[in-house]
Design a protein around this ligand. Structure first.
Ligand SMILES: Cc1cc2nc3c(=O)[nH]c(=O)nc-3n(C[C@H](O)[C@H](O)[C@H](O)COP(=O)(O)OP(=O)(O)OC[C@H]3O[C@@H](n4cnc5c(N)ncnc54)[C@H](O)[C@@H]3O)c2cc1C
Length: 615
């Protein structure tokens, strides 16, 4: 038996180009731009013949993996991995944070190596110089990313960065304010794109116009790079906020350098200090544990942490007790949580079927209106709606009185749907159990009411924060909303259907753990009344406090739509707890007024009369 000659690996040199180009051409891989990057190519030779190659184009600290080629007779024998492992390890060692690639045929192969698919528009501006991106690779090629949670660079004075967890609108706003103050952020985002939660309900039209959906610091930095703001009064789809603001912002070099995608934070603590240990605690850096797409776990250090991870990833269950209803977990395949794209990607699931939507907020309204439209297009489509409250009045909201007209219209359209008999309504359903009947239909068992004969269930009962992340930190939360403690009395949906909240900043958002803040929709815990503009103001104030500028931190610069709904008389006031939506937004706030004084907390919050529409 004759054995094949050994395969050896070595770095490429200029003299290797004819053999490399012949191999790439034979495999129909692009040649454009490859020669300029030969210094970062690794070659495999067998018996003096080139049998494999792989290269990385380096653009700052971002790489583009390209020209991964194995001679046909040696494919599927592990040679690709033998080339890629040292090539990627060396790239990481030399400071590359992210490596992208484009592939037309091997996406599954690279996924097994830890790369995740990203949309092509998400490719950073730094790569635009690459010939491969400028046309050598077809537009239909799949873009993929491998990112490493590197120990972040120290700031100008050697200090640790401020970690921002979550690159949604509020996390990126916090990063924008940090950058403006010369503080190095470290942005960790679980999704493969910024704004991952907004993309999940990307088909939903928001009810606040652009003017309220763009943070001022982000806009300033984007404008300096030649960006055009979208029309102030138009209502964007949720995905347009990502496409037109968050992604362009994330592509700015300073932001791209600070951002680590596909990095899910699983826990935060103080280095060397569990929750019980006090002496010296405040001097210890925060320790952040994060899981990357390939399963590797990284530990990162930061001098302060801003948790803006949202709540969309933790939907409330259907069970009225706040626990999953009996049978709910087993029937997961028949249940959608949130707002499925009924008229788009999920159309086949709902067309011609009978669906029960559970919940009394905007998400339920959105789902019902989409199902009603589908019912007009697809015969046999039927929709039913169940709320915990006996009457759906609260879900109809403030109608024409709402200062955000689109939000008012959502409730009015839902009310019209019910008045026209285009949906079945069931009030007073407190779900205890779900089961599948022998004929495959779903039965929903309430405490006092049992409904049956459904094909699908959409549960739109709100979200709750992930508190596991912060188990080792000393937090002070509202006992039932799980919001920042000082915010609880201001936003309690038992008291305020309107989400009335006076402007607030770093003092209300502080915890007994110095340097840790929860911002954005997560700061509201289970309350459903958050608006992005509130989060932008939170970010501005908290970052000013972290920068030591307490004058700016205590100033209130909130510009929210005024709403007359809260003083407009009875809306029904049937409390649906934290699972319903609000009828309206925050109350008007005078610009530039001082916020609560230190230690004031909830005691300073004006009591809301229970007889108003908010009660
Ligand atoms: C259907 C719907 C419509 C809405 N419409 C409006 C509107 O019209 N106007 C308005 O002002 N507000 C609206 N809101 C409310 C609110 O403004 C949005 O929810 C907004 O996206 C909140 O921003 P955020 O940055 O706090 O959180 P999110 O947008 O939820 O962003 C959180 C980010 O953190 C990431 N993340 C989560 N867990 C981790 C982890 N463990 N590690 C790292 N990253 C993590 C997520 O992937 C996500 O990218 C709406 C909300 C919903 C659900």
């Amino acid at each position: 038996m004759t054995s094949s000659p050994e395969i050896s690996l070595r770095q490429a040199g200029p003299a290797d180009w004819p053999a490399i180009s012949a191999l790439l051409s034979a495999l129909q891989l692009p040649l454009d731009g490859a020669r300029e990057h030969l210094a970062h190519f690794l070659l495999a030779h067998q018996g003096g013949e080139l049998v494999g190659c792989a290269g990385i184009e380096r653009h700052g600290d971002i790489g583009l993996l390209r020209s991964v080629a194995v001679a046909p007779g040696l494919q599927r024998q592990g040679l690709g991995r033998r080339l890629l492992a040292p090539l990627l390890a060396e790239a990481r060692q030399r400071g590359l944070r992210q490596v992208y690639l484009l592939t037309t045929t091997a996406a599954d192969y690279f996924a097994r190596l830890g790369f995740t698919r990203v949309e092509r528009v998400a490719l950073p501006a730094a790569l635009q110089a690459s010939a491969e991106l400028r046309g050598a690779c077809p537009a239909s090629a799949t873009a993929m990313l491998l990112s490493w949670a590197a120990e972040p660079a120290a700031g100008p004075n050697g200090e640790l960065p401020v970690a921002v967890l979550g690159a949604g609108p509020v996390g990126l706003a916090a990063a924008a304010h940090l950058l403006e103050r010369g503080i190095t952020p470290l942005i960790l985002e679980a999704g493969a794109s910024v704004g991952a939660h907004l993309l999940d309900y990307g088909h939903v039209r928001l009810f606040s116009p652009w003017r309220y959906n763009i943070d001022a610091a982000m806009a300033r930095q984007l404008q300096a790079a030649g960006w055009q703001a979208p029309p102030a009064d138009e209502l964007p789809l949720a995905r347009e906020v990502v496409e037109r603001v968050l992604r362009p912002y994330a592509a700015l070099p300073a932001v791209a350098a600070a951002l680590q995608l596909s990095t899910r934070v699983s826990a935060i603590s103080r280095e060397g200090f569990d929750k019980v240990k006090s002496a010296g605690r405040e001097q210890a850096p925060f320790l952040i544990r994060a899981e990357q797409a390939d399963g590797r776990v990284a530990e990162l250090r930061a001098r302060a942490v801003i948790d803006a991870t949202g709540t969309w990833g933790q939907p409330n269950p259907a069970g009225a007790a706040g626990l999953p209803a009996v049978g709910e977990r087993e029937l997961a395949a028949r249940i959608a949580y949130g707002i499925p794209d009924v008229l788009g990607t999920q159309r086949a699931r709902y067309a011609g079927r009978r669906t029960l939507v559970v919940g009394a907020g905007h998400s339920a309204a959105n789902a019902l209106l989409a199902l009603a439209e589908l019912a007009q297009q697809a015969p046999g489509t039927r929709l039913a709606w169940a709320t915990r409250s006996a009457a759906p009045t609260r879900a109809f909201g403030g109608g024409a009185l709402d200062a955000l007209p689109a939000r008012g219209q959502l409730g009015s359209a839902l009310q019209a749907l019910q008045a026209q008999g285009r949906l079945e309504f069931f009030g007073g359903l407190r779900i205890a159990a779900l089961r599948e009947e022998e004929n495959g239909s779903l039965t929903v068992q309430g405490q006092d009411l049992t409904l049956g004969g459904f094909d699908e269930l959409i549960v739109a009962t709100g979200q709750r924060p992930d508190l596991d992340l912060t188990r080792e930190l000393r937090l002070q939360l509202d006992p039932w909303l799980e919001s920042a403690a000082a915010l609880g009395p201001l936003i309690d949906p038992n008291l305020h259907s309107c989400g009335t909240v006076r402007a607030h900043g770093h003092r209300e958002l502080a915890h007994p753990e110095p340097g840790f803040y929860t911002l954005g929709v997560k700061s509201y815990g289970r309350a459903p009344t958050f608006l992005m503009a509130t989060g932008f103001e939170q970010a501005r104030s908290v970052v000013a406090a972290l920068a030591g500028d307490l004058v700016a931190a205590d100033r209130v610069e909130l510009d929210l739509p005024e709403t007359g709904v809260c003083s407009a008389g009875e809306l029904g006031g049937i409390g649906s707890g934290a699972t319903g939506g609000s009828c309206c937004g925050p109350a008007p706030v005078a610009a530039s007024q001082p916020s609560a004084s230190p230690g004031c907390g909830s005691a300073c919050a004006p009591a809301q009369p229970r007889t108003s529409c908010c009660g």
